[in-house]
Write a protein that binds this ligand. Sequence first.
Ligand SMILES: Cc1cc2nc3c(=O)[nH]c(=O)nc-3n(C[C@H](O)[C@H](O)[C@H](O)COP(=O)(O)OP(=O)(O)OC[C@H]3O[C@@H](n4cnc5c(N)ncnc54)[C@H](O)[C@@H]3O)c2cc1C
Length: 425
Amino acid sequence: MRKAAGTLVIGSGVVGKTCALALRRAGETVTLLDPQAPSRPASYGNAGHIAIEQVEPLASPAAVTSAFGRLFALGGPLDFRLGDIAAWGPWAARFVAASTPGGAVRGRRALGALLEDALPAWRRLAASLDRPDLLVERGHLVVWESPASARAGLAAWRAADTGQARLAPLPDAETARLRRLVSAPIAGGAAFENTGQVSDPVLMLRLLDEAFDASGGERRLGRAARLESVDGQVEVLLDDGQRLTPERVLVAGGVGSGALMRGLGHAAPVIAERGYHLEGGADHWDDLPPVVFEDRSLILTRFGDRLRAASFVEFGREASPPDPRKWARLRRHLSELGVRLEGPVAEWMGARPTLPDYLPAIGASRRVGGLYYAFGHQHLGLTLAAATGELVAALMGGGAPSVDLAPFDLDRFDRGLGQKMRKTA
Ligand SMILES: Cc1cc2nc3c(=O)[nH]c(=O)nc-3n(C[C@H](O)[C@H](O)[C@H](O)COP(=O)(O)OP(=O)(O)OC[C@H]3O[C@@H](n4cnc5c(N)ncnc54)[C@H](O)[C@@H]3O)c2cc1C
């Protein structure tokens, strides 16, 4: 069958959109495919934080040993949907296997390299959209509510690799300001520099769509049901039965990428790491950068006249129903903090796409010609989206990506392939 010209990007979350735009600007013919389901993805519901300080990978011995104390049942943010154990059980086994001291060192190195250019890439992208105001660069704040957690928390952040971000104890003026806003005790805090936020995730997604349309890209409604290898080249079967035969396909469908890649024989153990938010009017909140209440694993971010409270890591299937206890817990946190959301308060749940070593998958398939992928950006998909778009455009354009993509190769999960490669080496 003759191939249609151009690239099909599957998935129009923030990663798919930045990649599609970068490819189009590099001169590619690009179609961006998404069903635009009414349940909005993580790219809409996230906390808006450009979190370049999060260099320490979440797959580490410390994350494994602290997991019990972070369980939802004990007041923490971490939960597992029992009915979905078949989905997260094998993932958890891989996560534990990846969480060795050596794995954590490799993860930090790999993530550090990606995060190094994350903020400059966002600056370039916002400037290219003629909206430098999309990126708000005034750091973020972390606070603790007891002297013990403040001491331990500040010491932990000081010992951590925070990449290009810098931190200092929260200045007295900021502490006093927060004490006026929050009725829970603020025992201490840290002010981070060189991090940021997007001014509004909805605006960010709209601007990316408008720039893509203006550059001549095509957006198409639809869901890829399956990828097939025909004569060694990738083809896409849509759920309405149509078959697409683009020259190249980029899989950037968040959690939905896993099933598509596995259908072609790739190991793609991506899990839905679900989070929740409440959002309402910000009349009673100051014009502050994102504030993390670390004892509660809660982040408050102001987007214009709205205030969003986000939390939780709940492992399960993306499509399983939300757990209303999470919104109830968020309401309790806000009430204990004395933070009011005005007007109708919106509830949202959505899934971070997370691989067991907490590194994204960015690369080209060795199994099927014309197949590329960019997914699994876990807690950092917004932060890394602009940089990922640039890297994918370089990779697919035949140039040299500015970061070594070897640690993000999906074949790292393919034990059989690893053995074969070792034997032939
Ligand atoms: C509560 C919460 C707070 C967060 N806060 C932050 C933060 O402050 N900073 C940060 O950097 N990150 C944050 N994240 C993580 C970030 O939101 C995600 O990493 C990021 O949105 C992932 O983007 P994505 O485009 O890969 O996937 P998604 O946003 O999930 O988008 C995937 C898209 O692909 C489409 N799709 C899926 N399957 C198919 C298919 N078969 N065919 C066609 N289309 C398909 C879907 O419809 C969807 O539109 C947060 C996440 C959560 C849940």
